[in-house]
Design a protein around this ligand. Structure first.
Ligand SMILES: NC(=O)c1ccc[n+]([C@@H]2O[C@H](COP(=O)([O-])OP(=O)(O)OC[C@H]3O[C@@H](n4cnc5c(N)ncnc54)[C@H](O)[C@@H]3O)[C@@H](O)[C@H]2O)c1
Length: 313
């Protein structure tokens, strides 16, 4: 696919090579939320961004920080750290604790502050996390939003409680707005512009009955927020896009239909124009594209990485 490769094979013998296709994130800093383990979409996204040269800071849920630290160092996880396309393995600049429920530490309730899994961290709000990265690295070029949560995910829409519904929207949708508001001063007018990419699902626009617990509403909110934010931040050359991924058996997805999520994957694969499941590497590659200069006029869009499932009647 790369032009010089095609040339090498003699396909374009008269063409002049000026450079490789321009995906080079050297010197760029990417703040990646949503790594919970080495199956998370965000894990594959972090690896692909690093393979293109970016420096990576992970912002992980405070309860996941220890797990992610061990995945980044344990010999038995070495294979999962291998970068795609290039030699080397994932090495992050930092792992910061961040619970995207909280804009500032003043929002954190007493019970959470005193929880032993939180109490060891002095700072885990969105604002504190973003400022720590922006100040240390002098700016932020890429923000990845890959978080979602509903405590009543296994309940149908008609059964969901008000508190779980509002929490799902707060964690899974509003957090993008809060993240980008905090990051705006560090993302504005970066060389070549800055880019935010979030993850959504078709259940935010069509009825997928098992996608309950307020999550379908949260994804619908996330999708219009992406467009609003693209408009609000465009003058600062900050682009905002979403990837609508097909079903993939991550930890969060398995909790939607415990023990049965494979059925959703098989169903989507059987109905898709490309009759197979998606891979997390494909989501990561599309994220790299959206963050790259190749997508410099692409903002406020939802890119479906779902083997075409969404086009089917
Ligand atoms: N797996 C799928 O089938 C699928 C399909 C389409 C979209 N998505 C979306 O992809 C994104 C990533 O999910 P995934 O499938 O990689 O699962 P995952 O479980 O690996 O990732 C979800 C992440 O959200 C984090 N999180 C939850 N609540 C949080 C909070 N309050 N603060 C900070 N982090 C919090 C978790 O720690 C976890 O790391 C989500 O937005 C999800 O809705 C997933």
């Amino acid at each position: 696919m790369f032009f010089p490769y095609a040339m090498k094979r003699g396909k374009y013998p008269n063409a002049q090579v000026r450079s490789m296709i321009p995906i080079d994130f050297s010197g760029k800093i990417a703040l990646v939320t949503g790594v919970g383990d080495n199956e998370s979409f965000a894990w594959f996204i972090a690896k692909a961004l690093q393979a293109a040269g970016a420096k990576i800071v992970l912002a992980c849920h405070p309860r996941m920080v220890g797990i992610v630290e061990s995945i980044l160092t344990r010999p038995q996880d070495a294979d999962s750290r291998k970068l795609p396309h290039v030699d080397g393995e994932l090495k992050v600049e930092k792992i910061l604790p961040c619970d995207v429920s909280y804009d500032t530490m003043a929002d954190v309730p007493e019970a959470v502050r005193n929880d032993r899994r939180y109490a060891k961290f002095p700072e885990y709000s969105i604002q504190g996390t973003v400022e720590a990265v922006g100040r240390e690295f002098g700016g932020i070029d890429i923000v990845i939003h890959s978080v979602a949560f509903s405590r009543e995910i296994t309940k149908f829409a008609k059964e969901v409680s008000r508190s779980a519904y509002l929490e799902a929207i707060s964690v899974s949708a509003y957090s993008l707005t809060a993240l980008l508001r905090a990051a705006e001063p560090y993302m504005e007018n970066r060389p070549g512009g800055a880019s935010a990419v979030g993850l959504t699902y078709l259940g935010g626009e069509r009825v997928v009955p098992y996608y309950g617990g307020g999550m379908s509403t949260a994804k619908a909110a996330l999708q219009i927020d992406c467009k609003q934010l693209a408009q609000n931040l465009g003058p600062k050359n900050i682009r905002v896009n979403l990837i609508s991924a097909g079903p993939y058996a991550s930890r969060a997805a398995r909790s939607i239909r415990p023990g049965e999520f494979e059925k959703s994957i098989e169903y989507a694969a059987s109905k898709s124009p490309l009759p197979r499941p998606i891979t997390p590497e494909e989501v990561a590659n599309a994220t790299v594209f959206l963050c790259s200069p190749l997508a410099s006029a692409v903002t406020g869009q939802i890119l479906y990485v779902d083997c075409g499932y969404n086009i089917m009647a």
